[in-house]
Design a protein around this ligand. Structure first.
Ligand SMILES: *Cc1c(COP(=O)(O)O)cnc(C)c1O
Length: 232
C-alpha cells in the first residue's frame, strides 16, 4: 500500500470512530476537531494528511516545526501541543496558529509581548495537569484560574479553552476522570473565555473516544493516523 493510501485509510477510520463516539453520546461530529499530530513524521506526511482533508496539524517541538514549515506547500492550521519554554516563545508565536501548552503566567506574558511586537493574534489553550503526575507539564487548577483571568485581559492572546494529557497508561476510568476534571475547570472559568464558549483539547490515539464522550472538542491523534512512531 502506498503511504498516501495508508494515511488516507487510517484518517477515514479515525473519522468514522469520531462519528460513532459522537453518535453514542448525542453530539454533532462537527463539534469535534481532529488534529493530526505529525511530530516525528516527515513533511510529506503532512502534505498527504492535509490533502486528504485534515487541515489541522499538531507539532510538539518548536524546533521540529521550524524545520518542517519551510518544506510545506500546503497551508495547515498549526497547533503547537508540546511544552513551551520561554526562550522558544517568539518562534512559536511566529509559526503557530494555536498554542495548547500555555501553563504559566510567565509564558503567557512573554507570548502577549511577542505577539504584540509582530501584531499577531494567536489562539491559546491553558494546559492543565489533571493526572497529578509530577513528570507532566501543565498547571494546577488554581494556577489555571489565575492564568485564565490574566489571559482574558490580553489583546493578542485569545483564550479559547483548556488542554490536558490523560494519565500515562491510565485505565479508561482514570482517563475519564482527567477529562471530566478538565471540563469542570473550564466550566468554573467560563467567564474568561472568548465568546463565552470553550474548547477542550483532550484525547489521543488511545483514548480519544472516551475524551469525546466526556466533551472533547479537539482530539490530538498521531500514531492512529500515521502509524508507529520512530523516535530515533
Ligand atoms: C504525541 C502527542 C499526541 C498524539 O499521540 P498519539 O498517541 O500518537 O496519538 C497528542 N498530544 C500530545 C501532547 C502529544 O505529545
Amino acid at each position: 500500500m502506498s503511504r498516501q493510501d495508508e494515511i488516507t485509510s487510517n484518517l477515514n477510520s479515525i473519522k468514522e470512530r469520531i462519528a460513532s463516539a459522537c453518535r453514542r453520546c448525542g453530539r454533532d461530529p462537527a463539534g469535534v476537531k481532529l488534529i493530526a499530530v505529525t511530530k516525528t513524521y516527515p513533511a510529506s506526511d503532512i502534505e498527504i494528511a492535509v490533502g486528504a482533508g485534515c487541515e489541522n496539524i499538531g507539532e510538539n517541538r518548536v524546533q521540529e516545526l521550524e524545520e518542517k514549515s519551510p518544506l510545506l506547500v500546503c497551508k495547515p492550521v498549526v497547533h503547537l501541543i508540546g511544552h513551551l519554554q520561554t526562550n522558544k516563545v517568539a518562534k512559536a508565536a511566529a509559526l503557530a496558529d494555536c498554542i495548547h501548552s500555555v501553563d504559566s503566567l510567565r509564558v503567557l506574558e512573554k507570548l502577549e509581548t511577542v505577539c504584540g511586537s509582530i501584531d499577531k493574534k494567536i489562539n491559546i489553550l491553558i494546559q492543565v495537569n489533571t493526572s497529578g503526575e509530577e513528570s507532566k507539564s501543565g498547571c494546577s487548577e488554581i494556577e489555571c484560574a489565575e492564568i485564565c483571568a490574566v489571559a482574558a485581559k490580553s489583546s493578542f492572546c485569545k483564550l479559547r479553552g483548556l488542554m490536558t494529557i490523560g494519565p500515562l497508561d491510565g485505565t479508561d476510568e482514570q482517563n475519564r476522570a482527567s477529562f471530566r476534571m478538565l471540563k469542570r475547570i473550564a466550566e468554573n472559568n467560563r467567564q474568561f473565555f472568548c465568546d463565552g464558549t470553550f474548547e477542550l483539547s483532550m484525547g489521543m490515539s488511545g483514548d480519544f473516544e472516551a475524551a469525546i464522550e466526556e466533551g472533547a472538542t479537539m482530539v490530538r491523534v498521531g500514531s492512529g493516523i500515521f502509524g508507529k512512531r520512530n523516535y530515533a
